[in-house]
Write a protein that binds this ligand. Structure first.
Ligand code: NAP
Length: 396
């Protein structure tokens, strides 16, 4: 089976940044993407909050990220990832073009637009129902359209649609938007934008194409029909984690409410050696600028994991027999003890492990407290000792 160091799934801002950082650290990086590289950024018309670039379209910024990553020569592969399998501590990325064993995996598949779920939505998708103003806005030249939602996407994309449409209704289930103040002011100040408050879409109706929306006022219960040729659904996102379903359902890969992947501040998921970055993780702010930061952190953490953990496995778990001492690098007495062992010729075969930094390995070998000496035979601990000085090693 093909073996790689870092396999990144997804080539959006998080994945591409991780590829840059991974390659600059000297890792072998394979980045897998299906379809158009760049991810969701391609569907954004204007990005004006990426520092250093006052204005760019999502596609322009995505292209710049891609070219930047290419400079460091990761391998890009156009394939569809079908699953992630864990076998005997190995991580296997299953794709439609074969399986790859990875030392570390980075999940960076981003998020997709949430569906509203009312009758007519699925049937009229591509025939008046859209999730991308940049992609489909131009089809509605001089026509009336509706946007559903009240967040930044609904409000900003609603204003974008006024370039084409004669009227843009923004249908929101509350009586105020939750978008940024500047975006709200821009929308409400636009004569082509008309909010419809306290309302939900009960049904999308038409024959060949969308013709009307059946609206319900959530306060009065009153029903009304709104004639429009198009409806843009911008009611938030959901993580692209379908290929991880067996791991999520079994509780091995931990997720938060809404299905977002849980990570720690090193972007480590609940699976050792599997990292996640960008829009699919549980986080406060889903933006290009935060996705790239996540990608950088994840790549550096993956680098540390590969160089420390995988290297340690080779030193501790693979030999016929090995003696090891786990100590804490943040405890002065234990640092001195480690120095004492390192300096004594009779202990030069003892493997010293910083158990504070390599807590996963310490956990794996059930080291409860530091310092601790272990005798390990073919990966199995046969003896463990609490030690306070180098001479205690004689009883190992
Ligand atoms: P969002 O902030 O989660 O807003 C979703 C909106 O859809 C809310 O107004 C919500 O209503 C409404 N909604 C949810 N489910 C609904 C349903 N079933 N029926 C009707 N309405 C429903 O999503 P977003 O606007 O896509 O933004 C996602 C993230 O990206 C946010 O963090 C946002 O700030 C960020 N973003 C930032 C920018 C920017 O900075 N320029 C641009 C775009 C997006 P309630 O208000 O009642 O919950």
């Amino acid at each position: 089976m093909e073996k790689r160091e870092l396999v990144i799934i997804g080539a959006g801002p998080a994945g591409l940044t991780a590829a840059i950082y991974g390659r600059r650290s000297g890792l072998d990086v394979l980045i897998i993407e299906k379809g158009l590289p760049g991810g969701q950024i391609n569907t954004t018309d204007e990005i004006e909050n990426w520092p250093g670039v006052q204005h760019a379209s999502g596609q322009e910024l995505g292209d710049m990220f891609r070219k930047h990553a290419e400079k460091f020569k990761p391998e890009f592969r156009d394939a569809e990832v079908q699953g992630l399998e864990l076998k005997d501590g190995k991580k296997i990325v299953v794709t439609d073009k074969g399986s790859i064993e990875a030392s570390a995996v980075l999940l960076a598949t981003g998020a997709s637009f949430r569906k509203q779920g009312c009758p007519g939505e699925a049937g009229f998708t591509g025939r008046g129902v859209s999730y991308c103003a940049v992609c489909d806005g131009a089809f509605f030249e001089d026509q009336d359209v509706a946007v559903i939602g009240g967040g930044n996407t609904a409000v900003e994309e609603g204003v974008y649609l006024t370039r084409f449409a004669s009227k843009v209704y923004i249908i929101h289930r509350r009586d105020s938007f939750r978008a940024d103040k500047v975006a709200i002011e821009r929308a409400l100040g636009d004569p082509k934008v008309q909010p419809i408050w306290d309302s939900v879409v009960e049904e999308i109706r038409g024959t060949e194409m969308v013709e009307t929306l059946l609206l319900k006022n959530v306060k009065t219960g009153e029903l009304s029909e709104l004639p429009v040729s198009g409806v843009f659904v911008f009611i938030g996102n959901e993580p692209n984690v379908g290929f991880l379903k067996p791991l999520i359902d079994s509780g091995v890969l931990k997720t938060a409410r809404g299905g977002w992947i849980k990570v720690n501040d090193r972007m480590e998921t609940s699976i050792e050696g599997v990292f996640a970055a960008g829009d699919l993780i549980e986080k406060y702010l889903r933006q290009v600028v935060t996705a790239t930061g996540d990608g950088a952190t994840a790549a550096m953490a993956a680098y540390a994991y590969i160089s420390e953990q995988v290297h340690l496995e080779g030193k501790l778990l693979e030999p016929e027999e090995v003696s090891a001492v786990f100590y804490s690098s943040v405890d002065q007495a234990q640092v001195r003890l480690a120095g004492e062992i390192e300096g004594a010729p009779q202990w030069n075969r003892v493997v010293l492990v910083d158990g504070y930094k390599n807590s996963r390995m310490a956990e794996k070998l059930q080291v409860q407290s530091l310092p601790c000496a272990l005798k390990i035979k073919k990966g199995t601990v046969t003896k463990r000792l609490e030690i306070s000085s180098a001479t205690d090693l004689q009883s190992l």
